[in-house]
Design a protein around this ligand. Structure first.
Ligand SMILES: [Zn+2]
Ligand SMILES: [Zn+2]
Length: 353
């Protein structure tokens, strides 16, 4: 009896520990670094849906985190792609962290290659309004963007084949304005996308510009602090959904220039109607229970919590992730998805069976 108790106690002490050697056991199951959320968002016809953050800062500009840790955080949180986009012009730690403008990417990329994350070389061209801040993505050499004239910096980025993204158009004066300089850049094919979500801000009218000027909508963190400080729950972190032909840097680049993105933040989606419709169709599985009584079950197979309004109900009803909702809904009825925006104050309306 005594020997049996000793055996049980020994087993409990070790738990799931791995035997590193005769003297040291380790407990990998408690290490957050090894775990990753899986964010379920459906692919769309012909494309893989990649979850991406194209606006990330490190200690090499005004961020608080070392570049490789940015990659670890993003992997933990279920992302597939991040771009390192330190400011060219604003580097408050530059007397302590001395380097050229490519170094933060190089450190992050090394970590990305180790754990299978795509890391993109970018830079934030930083000016006051009217131009504001622009991210140049897929750069060859960020050092060449350190020039006095902002239009020269954009030209250099375009020469390197960069994708140009307009950041936080409603910041810092709480006003989103499309200035002549932006219209000129769009006309010359030097501005390709714009953030409709940044950090914890949203700029609803910017989605109208996306429709009118064929800009791709983005949701990015523009993260400076640790992500644990910023986002409390799975799917609160802004991310840009990219519909790529292949999971590679080239695949992401091709998809961005083709405009295949949807902005996703805190269970809100903003994007072109065709993409939103397909995400909804592929997220919701409908089972008909009684056709005569229009009784159906809707299974939300995604991790995005959708809100719908239909029929006589004046307020939205939640379709919670990975749950089934039973409702009476005649086939062909228009359903408004109040968390899916195709323009300012314009929600997606579609039938679901
Ligand atoms: Zn900025
Ligand atoms: Zn930024």
């Amino acid at each position: 009896m005594i020997s049996a108790m000793i055996l049980i106690a020994g087993f409990t002490l070790r738990g799931n520990a791995q035997n590193r050697n005769a003297d040291v056991y380790e407990y990998p199951e408690i290490v957050g670094e090894f775990y990753r959320h899986y964010l379920t968002v459906p692919d769309i016809e012909g494309y893989e849906t990649l979850k991406c953050d194209f606006h990330v800062h490190t200690v090499f500009s005004d961020g608080k985190v070392w570049p490789d840790q940015r990659v670890n955080e993003a992997w933990n949180e279920g992302l597939d792609v991040i771009a390192i986009t330190d400011h060219i012009e604003y580097r408050p730690h530059k007397d302590i962290v001395k380097s050229d403008f490519n170094k933060s990417f190089e450190i992050a990329k090394k970590r990305g290659d180790q754990i299978g994350m795509i890391v993109i070389k970018g830079s934030e061209i930083t000016r006051s309004k009217p131009l504001g801040h622009l991210n140049a993505l897929f750069l060859q050499d960020a050092n060449k963007l350190d020039v006095p004239n902002e239009l020269d910096a954009i030209d250099e980025a375009v020469k390197q084949g960069a994708y140009i993204l307009w950041n936080h158009p409603g910041w810092p004066n709480d006003t989103s304005t499309l200035y002549p300089v932006h219209k000129e850049l769009i006309a010359k094919n030097k501005l390709h996308g714009v953030e409709v979500f940044n950090g914890w801000e949203s700029y609803p009218k910017v989605m109208d510009w996306c429709n009118e000027y064929r800009l791709a909508p983005f949701a990015n963190t523009d993260i400076h602090s640790t992500s644990a400080n910023m986002y409390r729950e799975k799917f609160q972190r802004p991310m840009t959904l990219v519909f790529a032909k292949e999971r590679s840097e080239e695949g992401v680049k091709e998809a961005l220039f083709a405009g295949r993105t949807v902005a996703c933040f805190h269970h809100h989606l903003m994007g072109k109607e065709t993409f939103l419709k397909e995400i909804i169709q592929r997220s919701l599985a409908v089972r008909v229970i009684d056709k005569e009584k229009n009784l159906i079950e809707v299974h939300n197979q995604s991790d995005i919590s959708h809100q719908i309004r239909y029929g006589k109900y004046p307020y939205p009803i939640a379709l919670h992730p990975n749950q089934v909702f039973r409702l009476n809904l005649p086939s062909g009825t228009d359903v408004t998805f109040t968390n899916c925006f195709t323009g300012q104050d314009k929600c997606l309306v579609t039938d679901i069976w």
